[in-house]
Design a protein around this ligand. Structure first.
Ligand SMILES: Nc1ncnc2c1ncn2[C@@H]1O[C@H](COP(=O)(O)OP(=O)(O)O)[C@@H](O)[C@H]1O
Ligand SMILES: [Mg+2]
Length: 423
């Protein structure tokens, strides 16, 4: 597949805290590398540098100073910029809009700056990308959720797609992740709508809705969700935590960026390294470590093994980091008992989806064994007590809940080796 001439520049605009309009912030430039690829450099604009309340997009990778800043050696673009770009789903939508049928498309055919400039402006965090440093033209849509769902279906099954719908879906697909989704607003509410897929092997959206509700019940700080029916199908509406009143936006970075890793290096991301950064750079260190530990435990309780470094994030205010509410907690398909979390829990690399692994690592999260046990036991008790009520609420059938319970949710494997305390 070919695209028109790739852009060599893109301008970054950003929303400073409390502001309802973005200001020009700097320029991204694609620099060819000897290997035939590109790295993307960034330079702050002079006007931004002289703005009194300007903040660095992220530290240490983009310090507030003049001149071009190269990405770290392992990266082809600064992580905080990459976080604002489309991921697997958004790339698929853009490829389709560029004329690919979808199945034969190679996402790497489209250069990153192209993805940044084609994707919608309602992207995660407080950045947007534009062709101009002086005029801001948002790429937004006001398409109904019914039409967005239809368009997402057409992307997935390769059927005919109306050009205006394709454009609306592109405008709504700048948020990351691989599952079909779109951003939309409902009055003053900013939402991410997660659609079901015709190829889902189990009721994924209902399972995610149940897990997010259970997360709330066990007391995690978690994004609010609402399961709705659109043309008879499940859609999970997730309330955005990066949008405030009056058009304000709140910046955040993924754990992948916090850990300084590239996409491939993401498999080396670990919870214990994240805990180290929490210790050094987060507000509310003790509470954040406890929350992180509780999220690991909960992922094990509900069988969410897709807990990779793009599924954790922290707000960035220019100085400090703060855990965002948890999101994308979804029981994953599994065969058999043995299972592993996407990120290692303990410094020795242990990642088995077991409470015993959490107990072994508890001190790293500044928790005593008895406090760690209290967290685990409380979650197991509350999930057990509330399962039926939550399953009713999201409309899981008897067969569907039997399929989840004891398999994805509270699989006995989680409790192996988790005996009574020896103290
Ligand atoms: N509640 C939210 N508020 C703001 N951004 C969010 C929220 N939930 C998810 N995101 C962003 O959208 C991305 C995709 O959402 P996610 O639920 O992870 O989708 P997927 O299931 O496709 O991975 C996340 O990686 C995160 O950057
Ligand atoms: Mg995700």
């Amino acid at each position: 597949m070919t695209t028109s001439k790739a852009p060599s520049h893109a301008y970054v605009w950003s929303w400073l805290a409390g502001q309802s309009e973005p200001i020009p912030t700097g320029v991204l430039e694609a620099i060819p590398t000897p290997g035939g690829g590109h790295v993307i450099t960034f330079a702050y604009g002079r006007s931004y540098l002289s703005t009194s309340n300007a903040i660095p997009i992220y530290l240490p990778e983009l310090p507030l100073r003049r001149g071009r800043i190269e990405p770290a050696p392992d990266l082809d673009v600064a992580g905080a910029i990459r976080d604002g770009g489309p991921d697997a789903w958004g790339q698929r939508v853009i490829l389709r809009q560029l004329g690919s049928s979808g199945r034969d498309a190679d996402p790497s055919d489209v250069p990153l700056l192209d993805y940044l400039l084609r994707s919608g402006s309602d992207r995660p965090g407080s950045l947007d990308f534009q062709v101009s440093p002086s005029t801001y033209v948002p790429r937004l849509h006001n398409t109904s959720i019914e039409d967005l769902q239809r368009a997402a279906d057409a992307i997935q099954d390769g059927t005919e797609l109306d050009a205006s719908l394709a454009e609306a879906l592109t405008a709504g697909s700048s948020v990351g992740g691989a599952r079909p989704k779109a951003t939309l607003t409902d009055g003053s509410r900013h939402l991410i709508a997660k659609f079901s897929s015709p190829t889902d092997p189990y009721p994924v959206i209902k399972a995610e809705a149940a897990a997010m509700k259970l997360a709330e019940i066990v007391g995690l700080n978690v994004a609010s969700t609402e399961l709705i029916q659109v043309s008879g199908r499940d859609v999970l509406c997730v309330e955005r935590f990066d949008r405030g009143a009056g058009g304000t936006r709140r910046g955040f970075v993924s754990a992948l960026t916090i850990l300084g890793l590239n996409e491939l290096g993401g498999r080396h991301a670990t919870y214990h390294d994240l805990a180290d950064v929490v210790r050094q750079r987060f507000v509310g260190r003790t509470q954040s470590l406890k929350e992180l530990f509780s999220r690991i435990v909960f992922n094990i309780v509900v069988g969410n093994t897709d807990d990779h470094a793009r599924n954790h994030a922290a707000f960035w205010d220019g100085e400090r980091l703060e855990l965002t509410p948890a999101y994308d907690i979804c029981p994953q398909a599994r065969i058999g008992g043995e299972q592993f979390q996407a990120m290692a829990i303990a410094p020795d690399g242990a990642r088995s989806s077991q409470f015993a692994t959490c107990i072994g690592a508890a001190h790293h999260y500044e928790l005593s064994e008895s406090n760690a046990r209290a967290i685990i036991d409380r979650q197991v008790r509350l999930v057990t007590e509330h399962w039926d009520e939550v399953a009713d609420r999201v409309g899981l059938s008897g067969a569907e809940r039997r399929g989840l319970w004891g398999h994805q949710i509270l699989n006995p494997y989680a409790t192996y080796g988790y005996g009574p305390s020896t103290h």
